[in-house]
Design a protein around this ligand. Sequence first.
Ligand code: C5P
Length: 300
Amino acid sequence: MSITVRAPAKINLHLGVGAPRDDGFHPLTSVYQAVGVYDDLTVDDADGWSVDVSVSDWMDRSHVPLAGDNIVDRAAALLAAHHGLAISGDVHIDKAIPVAGGMAGGSADAAAALVALDRLWGANTTDDDLLALAAQLGSDVPFALLGGTALGTGRGEVVEPVADAGTWWWVLVPSPIGLSTPEIYRHFDRLFPDAPAVPPVPEALLAALAAGDPYALASALHNDLQAAALDLRPDLQLLIDAGEAAGALRGVVTGSGPTCVFLTESADDARETAAELRAAYDVVLVTTGAVAGAHTVTYV
Ligand code: C5P
């Protein structure tokens, strides 16, 4: 048996961050959107267990964690333990989501692994159990299962779909050099020692989504981690300025960065903005959201 599961990257339309909790994690109020940049994970029947990774041409392979500390190994161990099963399968991950880019690529792989291995092992895990296992693997993993557009609370792992009437066109510019998520959160703590216990829900942004209004959404985009990311990577401000000058309605850092995302008014505008940015930036992607969460694309 061979199963391929495709899982999307996420962007944050809003990321509100509070003061660190006792467990060190930060309370979040996040609005996630799944966009059409995917990692594909294929698992084949095997007696043993192996994981290998290939990456898109433009990506630096050295940034991908090696088997053993890959989040996919942890996903397999968790699912197997949940059912009292042995771990088996040959896994291949084909990565197109920027690594260490703030787009939850590792989380997408974990979500894809849960869905694929559940099938391969005939485990029939319930949706609720799968979401609970996902939450143990990382704050963004439940959203990678859910997809669409969703509000994330807790440390980001409690997700519920929100009304989204738009088809949103995005230009994404990853950076050749990744940023460390824990480092960005630590810098956020230094910059904002008075962050609230629970970040507020962004009502204007939710209204813009429900109305499908790109201008309203553009002005409501917000990321509390952006100041920390720009402090550590001042070059990102130049990128944001360049994208807005090239016609994007608005550009922001996504997640903990360094990927920047630009909302445009239409598919044509996205392509034009991307064409201008390509004069100065090597990797510029055009994509749309919202798209589905982790789902099976091949089953033979
Ligand atoms: O949950 P995940 O493994 O994705 O988190 C990676 C790191 O990001 C955590 O170890 C923590 O340093 C930071 N983080 C945080 N608060 C969150 C999510 C992540 O401080 N809500």
